[in-house]
Structures are given as C-alpha cells and as structure tokens.
Design a protein around this ligand. Structure first.
Ligand SMILES: *Cc1c(COP(=O)(O)O)cnc(C)c1O
Length: 367
C-alpha cells in the first residue's frame, strides 16, 4: 500500500511499535559505545561513523526522497561534501548562477584552487552543452529568485554527456518534488529550512539511489566529520511529522500573498511559481507536487524594505526561510547580487487572512 504525504510525514523513519517504548525514541547521547572486549564493535562503535538517532532521521529522509540519505551538520556541509567527494582536479562542473550564493563562493574560493573549474548557469537557462562536465548541479526552485529548471530534461542531457545530475531540493522539500524519481543521481539539501521548519537547528543531507555513489559521500563524511548532533537529529525527525501540514499552510499563504502583491502597482518583480502568470509556472506545475511558501518581490529601495519590515507585525526581519513564522529579508544586505529593494518573503503558518491584512497595512504604511 502506498501512503500519501501527510501519512508519510508522520510515519517516516519510525521503528516498529514495541510495547512500552516511545513512538520516536529519544536521542542517544554517546560518542563511543561499549565494545565487545573480544570481538570489538557491534552495530555502533563511534558516533562520527554510526549514530542511531541520526540513522533514524536518515531513514525518514531517505523514505521521503525515495533513496538512501546521509545527514550532515548543515546544508553547506552536505553540498560541499557532495562536490568534494565526487569531483577531482581537472574536472568541470556546472553550478547554478542564481542559486544559494555560498555555493558559488565555495566554487570560487575552494574548488578553483583544487583545479576544479565551475561553469555558472542561470536556472531558467539557456543551458550549455554538458560535454566534458563531471557533474551538473541544479537548484530548483532557485533561492532567492525562484526560477525553476526542468529536472527530467536536464537529467537526460547530463546523462547523455556522461555527467552526474545533482539537485538542491531545499526550497521544494521531498514533499514538493522527488528529483531522484525525475532522473537526478543525487539530491542535496538544507534541512534547516522547510524540511524541519522551526528555525531552531542546522541540518543538511545528501540522498541517492546508487549505493556506490553514496558510499563515496559517506567515506568523505567519515573522514571530514561534518555530522549533526544527536539532539538536532531528534528534533529534526520530530519536526518532519508535521511537514505536510506546515507546507500546506505555507503554500496557501504564499498564494494569497503573491496575488496581493501582483495586484499592487507599488510592488514589482513578484515571483511565485504557483502564479499562472509566473515564467516558471508551466514547468513547476509539471514537475512539482506543491509550490513552496517563498515569494520574491521588489520594493524599489532598501529604505522602503526597512519601512515595510518595521511596520509589519507578523513578518519577522530574518534570513533563512521555510519556518513556521513568517520572515522576510533584503538579500542585498548579505552580498547576494540582487537589487537593493529585492525581498525574499517566507510565509509561515499564521492564518492567511491575518497575514494578508498585516502585509497590506505594512505596504501601505511604507509606500
Ligand atoms: C540554506 C541553503 C543551503 C545551505 O544550508 P545551511 O543549512 O544554511 O548550511 C543550501 N542550499 C540552499 C538552496 C539553501 O537555501
């Protein structure tokens, strides 16, 4: 029997019921474990390599992504481990030119020095010929501009050229799209955002179906050590249970906010892939099961964004996205190459009418 998203979120990675035991066992706090004095390690010897709380979380993420998953201490730890374990000097990789900007910074500051050449490609295309590339990485929808890439078509093109295709699934989450089922070899993501949704932890993961590929990443993780702690893994696993409910409200709020913004002459550049007029609408409707709660728009100047954020009561000025609280940030303040008035707005799970009313009064007050 195959279950739907709400059921899968609640049950992902849970152990078989055992009388007298909790549904989700608590975190196991241990670095070393008892060894057998004669035969040595059992299933768990040392937590950098084996950790039961982390393994339960990885089982949950793996079930939702449709592959096997490895958890990392942050999304950046996962992205960089994926790249460093699979590319070597002389390789060329294609990376999103408009995605999460620390990935570009990593390519420039670290990969280039190791002899790995990066080609930056805009998410909406045009895509170059992939001949000679070792790996193509997409980020779709891209953070923060929200363009969408065609995973099926680009996986086929990458494979025809002998390249691996990796997809950053942070914004979509595994309930929004399953890149592995669409032909990707690897999924990388930050679990800090909508996957866990409470703005209280850092997490990342790499997922794949090919065990040999994932083994390379696991060996890299063992040798470099970027593992998440037991308590964060447990918090993350607990939070995944509500992912379907959170995403449903976030997406509903984003639909309302996007249509409010699109109807205002004092707001420009509104992007939400669920808007029928959005350039990414068609491909998003084809490959995504739900549209994330992130809306991008431009208020014209840094000053107006500051007035908007000061006037809003339900919109916290904060970076990151995907949490239960509505947040917004002006990306240019972090060095993202976006316009000075560009806002990334992340819908929380507040009541839609309250949020729409608050954003309306804040836009009016800041105009
Ligand atoms: C936040 C983010 C990351 C990095 O995740 P951290 O958990 O902050 O290290 C990577 N990719 C995307 C698309 C992100 O939004």
């Amino acid at each position: 029997m195959s279950f739907s998203d709400g059921t899968r979120s609640v049950h992902a990675g849970l152990p078989e019921p055992e009388v007298g035991r909790p549904f989700l066992p608590g975190p196991v706090f241990a670095a070393p474990y008892h060894l057998d004095p004669v035969t040595g390690p059992g299933a768990h010897g040392y937590a950098r390599t084996e950790q039961p709380t982390r393994e339960a979380l990885e089982a949950a993420i793996g079930e939702l992504e449709g592959g096997a998953a490895l958890a990392f201490a942050s999304g950046q730890a996962a992205v960089t481990a994926m790249l460093l374990s699979l590319v070597k000097a002389g390789d060329r990789v294609a990376l999103p030119g408009d995605g999460y900007f620390p990935v570009r910074a990593f390519a420039r500051d670290a990969l280039a020095g190791l002899g790995v050449e990066s080609v930056l490609v805009p998410t909406a295309g045009p895509y170059p010929d992939f001949t000679g590339l070792r790996l193509v990485m997409l980020e779709t929808p891209a953070n923060p501009g929200l363009d969408v890439a065609d995973i099926v078509a680009l996986a086929a093109a990458a494979h025809a050229a002998g390249a691996l295709l990796a997809v950053d699934n942070t914004a979509a989450t595994p309930l929004g799209q399953n890149p592995l089922a669409l032909g990707a070899d690897l999924v990388v993501a930050s679990g800090t955002k909508a996957l866990t949704g409470h703005s209280d932890l850092l997490l990342g993961y790499v997922a794949a179906r090919d065990t040999a590929l994932l083994e390379k990443v696991e060996t890299w993780r063992k040798l470099t050590g970027g593992v998440p702690g037991a308590f964060d893994c447990w918090l993350a696993h607990r939070s995944i249970a509500t992912m379907d409910l959170r995403l449903a409200r976030q997406s509903q709020n984003a639909a309302a906010i996007a249509s409010l913004l699109a109807g205002r002459p004092d707001v420009t550049g509104v992007r939400w892939p669920g808007l029928e007029t959005d350039p990414a609408y068609e491909i998003a409707a084809k490959q995504m099961r739900r549209i994330p709660g992130i809306v991008a728009f431009d208020l014209g100047s840094a000053e107006r964004v500051a007035r908007f954020l000061s006037a809003a009561r339900l919109v916290f000025a904060a970076t990151s996205f995907g949490g239960v609280h509505t947040t917004a940030d002006r990306r240019a303040q972090f060095g993202d190459d976006t316009a000075p008035g560009f806002v990334r707005f992340s819908c929380g799970i507040e009541d839609t009418a309250d949020l729409v009313a608050d954003v309306t009064q804040a836009l009016d007050a800041s105009a």
